[in-house]
Design a protein around this ligand. Structure first.
Ligand SMILES: *[C@@H]1O[C@H](CO)[C@@H](O)[C@H](O)[C@H]1NC(C)=O
Ligand SMILES: *[C@@H]1O[C@H](CO)[C@@H](O)[C@H](O)[C@H]1NC(C)=O
Ligand SMILES: *[C@@H]1O[C@H](CO)[C@@H](O)[C@H](O)[C@H]1NC(C)=O
Ligand SMILES: CC(=O)N[C@H]1CO[C@H](CO)[C@@H](O)[C@@H]1O
Length: 314
């Protein structure tokens, strides 16, 4: 090979190496898609409250001019809530999206990431809101209707369901309620109440007798098991004395029990939660469905929608 050709080949390679993270074909570029998917994993990992968000559609992508390797990308994505709580630390791809019977939640995230070999999350702002009740009733008249989380009957349902869990679980410690995260009602043969809530291990042994379990202290957040539960309480009109209570919990081991990095983080300093990179704002449910589409000048934007919900606005 002559030196000139060699130089040309080197130049070409360099150029394509530098150009590789660029969104060549806008929202449909495989690199853009991969970046958006990874960015959403980072956002979910950054959060402590709420449900894991799933990628529905890439609405817009913008690349900031930057010197040197890598790229700075601003992405706007449409998201939908899944049935996994963020404390499960699951990947969004393994979580089922909420449907009409779960009161679906949709929204939009503006995300800023640095892309080199890995995708690094710089900042994010998401706004999410529940699908209006009128839309749900139209599509699914028999679906459960939402209840206020602070309704006494919801508190009672949660209590009964958690009591059942504590009685039946194979863990030695008593679990206490953290937050009620969802509540709904449906008429079956009587009113049935459904609850979703998070729990955390306490310092009380669960098989102690003569213990006031309301006095149990939550174990330190870093070393306690946490859980996400769904439960229900059905009252049958003819037999009000009978309790029909169900409970199902998924328990997650403490963070220090998984991964080399966290196991090595024995000292207090490195266990401090890192500052959050952004926020998820929960807006009140709108009266009509909103569209998340933005006016984009980027090629092939928005990309195709992955969640096949015909009721989502274009
Ligand atoms: C990209 O996002 C960053 C961080 O939010 C922001 O400062 C910047 O102005 C955005 N760029 C454009 C072109 O929107
Ligand atoms: C639920 O349980 C808590 C603690 O055990 C108790 O303080 C509260 O009064 C109970 N609420 C209802 C509605 O049963
Ligand atoms: C996690 O923390 C708990 C309580 O401090 C401790 O008993 C346990 O051994 C720790 N696990 C790991 C893997 O460090
Ligand atoms: C969303 C919500 O209600 N979060 C609360 C969950 O419980 C913790 C501890 O009780 C509160 O600090 C949060 O505000």
């Amino acid at each position: 090979m002559s030196p000139l050709i060699l130089l040309a080949v080197v130049c070409l390679c360099l150029q394509s190496a530098i150009a590789s993270p660029l969104p060549k074909t806008g929202c449909q570029d495989p690199e853009t898609v991969r970046t958006a998917e990874e960015a959403l994993d980072h956002i979910n990992a950054d959060r402590h409250e709420g449900y894991i968000l799933s990628l529905s559609q890439i609405l817009d992508v913008y690349q900031e001019p930057k010197e040197g390797d890598g790229a700075l990308l601003n992405l706007t994505v449409e998201v939908v809530e899944t049935k996994c709580h963020v404390i499960s630390r699951k990947k969004w791809k393994s979580c089922e999206v909420k449907d009409m019977s779960d009161v679906p939640v949709t929204g939009k995230c503006d995300v800023s990431v640095s892309v080199q070999k890995n995708v690094e999350l710089n900042s994010y702002t998401c706004t999410i809101q529940k699908v209006p009740a009128t839309v749900i009733v139209n599509i699914c008249p028999d679906c459960p209707t939402e209840e206020r989380l602070d309704d006494p009957i919801i508190m009672e349902t949660t209590n009964l369901s958690l009591q059942k869990y504590n009685k039946e679980s194979s863990f030695s410690k008593h679990f206490a309620l953290l937050n009620v995260t969802g509540a709904s009602m449906q008429w079956v043969v009587g009113p049935a109440y459904f609850v979703e809530y998070t729990i955390q291990e306490t310092d009380c042994a669960k098989d102690q007798t003569d213990v006031d379990f309301t006095q149990c202290k939550l174990l330190n957040s870093e070393s306690a098991r946490k859980g996400y539960c769904t439960g229900s309480h059905l009252t049958i009109d003819d037999e009000p004395e009978k309790q029909h209570v169900t409970v199902k919990c998924e328990i997650y081991e403490p963070e220090n029990a998984t991964g080399e990095k966290s196991a090595a983080a024995g000292n207090k300093l490195s266990q401090k939660p890192v500052n959050s990179r952004g926020k998820v704002l929960v807006l009140p449910s709108p009266s009509v469905l909103v569209s998340h589409r933005t006016s984009s000048t980027t090629r092939n934007c928005p990309g195709p929608r992955r969640v096949p919900f015909e009721w989502l606005k274009p």
